[in-house]
Write a protein that binds this ligand. Structure first.
Ligand code: HEM
Length: 409
């Protein structure tokens, strides 16, 4: 007999550490009502989560994420909270279409690729600073925490030492650190004040025809589509959005990738022998240890999903992480397999009109990290227990990830 498990236990620390077996216990009931948890940007201790439907199966998650007309991304809880509202993620059409058109041009995969040399320099510098061969190193504490934030600081033309601030701002918004509501609020205020000032200065310089550092910020300011560009307020909010959507998710993803290398030596050695394996390893890691576990939607009309009659105004938690472990979509989901025919169908970048805009950038950071690990080291070994964060189901990632790098250098 299956152990009893109820949907209101989904946010307990034990589940957050390793949610997959618990999804399996609820999967037959999907969509099931009665989960309460915090969307990004809201404040535990201040805001009150809404009771929500939990959607776990691949088909149900796809149906909800795809049907942006029936399931709105506008989040009244966040809108009413003191947190800055985000661009795109919390917009519906038609506003989403206008913003996505302009920002997608700024984020074009080709221009992201042109960032590779600078990302490589940052990866190399972080490895030089934080990794000591043959000695245990907690890759979460420094490398994974700092690389995406340093990349973001570079993209916005911020002083390099502000990487630590970017990190703090993202962590405060994304809920995975156990910090007080007052600290969260203070970080939000600090981040918005910085971006308001910084964007203003940069727009003034650009208006005077000056060259300014920060390729992504420049693209946000300069990009025009059909004669339309982003307003000052929109550029500021895009900086905030890219910070919170891009820094922590990528930190967790890099940690999860290094965990795969440390915990599956065959995968690591296979990659050392054949660098072309990066692509399937990257995708399967997104499925196997995908950072975002769930995001919320709000039903805009009465609608039936599976056996559930969802009413207009109901909150729906779309569990991308559970879809990635649905055995109907990914047979033997607890096996890390490099030959999945549908490897690309993982849900870790979302699905539909809100699919991750920063995916090429995340891939660039992951690819550069893996390539340089391979060039520098022959072995990656576990040096202590990998501890998964247990504060929020928003992102599945490690709090501590001690490994030893051995080899070539
Ligand atoms: C491994 C790293 C990352 C993961 C797993 C990830 C995951 C996601 C997911 C699941 C969504 C869909 C949200 C929804 O459906 O409501 C999303 C959207 C988004 N992501 Fe990412 N992300 C990552 C990295 C980044 C980076 C590096 C950036 C930017 C610098 C970024 C910017 C965005 C933006 C702007 C959206 C909103 C798109 C829209 O609503 O149209 N992400 N991401």
């Amino acid at each position: 007999m299956k152990p009893t498990f109820s949907v209101d236990q989904l946010s307990s620390p034990e589940v957050v550490r390793n949610p997959y077996p618990y999804y399996d216990l609820l999967r037959d009931q999907s969509p099931v009502f009665g989960y309460r948890d915090f969307p990004p940007g809201t404040m535990p201790g201040v805001d009150e989560p809404k009771p929500s439907w939990v959607v776990l199966n691949f088909d149900h998650v796809s149906a909800v994420a795809w049907d942006h007309e029936s399931f709105s991304s506008r989040d009244s809880l966040q809108e009413e909270s003191s947190a800055p509202s985000l661009m795109l993620v919390n917009h519906d059409r038609p506003e989403h279409t206008r913003l996505r058109k302009i920002s997608a041009k700024a984020f074009q995969p080709a221009s992201i690729k042109s960032l590779a040399p600078e990302v490589d320099l940052l990866v190399a510098a972080c490895m030089d600073d934080f990794f000591v061969p043959d000695q245990p190193v907690d890759v979460m504490a420094d490398y994974c925490a700092m690389l995406p934030s340093k990349v973001m600081a570079y993209l916005f033309g911020m002083p390099a030492e502000m990487g630590r601030d970017v990190r703090n701002w993202a962590t405060a918004f994304m809920l995975s650190a156990d910090i007080s509501a007052e600290e969260r609020q203070a970080y939000n205020i600090e981040a918005m004040a910085f971006f308001e000032q910084h964007v203003k200065e940069r727009m003034d310089l650009i208006a005077k025809g000056k060259e300014t550092p920060g390729p992504l910020l420049n693209a946000f300011i300069r990009t025009e589509v059909d004669g339309e560009s982003l307003s000052y307020e929109e550029v500021v909010r895009f900086c905030m959005t890219a910070t919170v959507a891009g820094a922590e998710t990528t930190s967790f993803y890099l940690g999860n990738l290094i965990t795969v290398f440390a915990d599956f030596p065959d995968i690591w050695h296979g990659f050392v022998d054949d660098p072309k394996l990066f692509d399937p390893i990257y995708k399967e890691t997104l499925r196997f240890h995908g950072p975002p576990q769930r995001l919320f939607r709000v039903a805009t009309r009465d609608i039936t999903i599976g056996n559930a009659d969802i009413k207009r105004g109901d909150w729906v938690a779309c569990f991308f992480g559970a879809a990635n472990y649905d055995p109907e979509a990914f047979p033997e989901p607890y096996e890390f397999r490099l030959n999945r025919k549908n490897a690309n169908r993982h849900m870790s970048f979302g699905y539909g009109i809100h699919r991750c805009l920063g995916a090429p950038l995340a891939q660039l950071e992951a690819e550069s990290t893996a390539r340089m690990l391979r060039e520098r080291y022959t072995h990656i070994e576990r040096a202590g227990e990998a501890v998964w964060q247990d504060v929020s189901l928003l992102n599945h990632g490690l709090a501590n990830n001690p490994v030893v790098f051995r080899g070539r250098t």
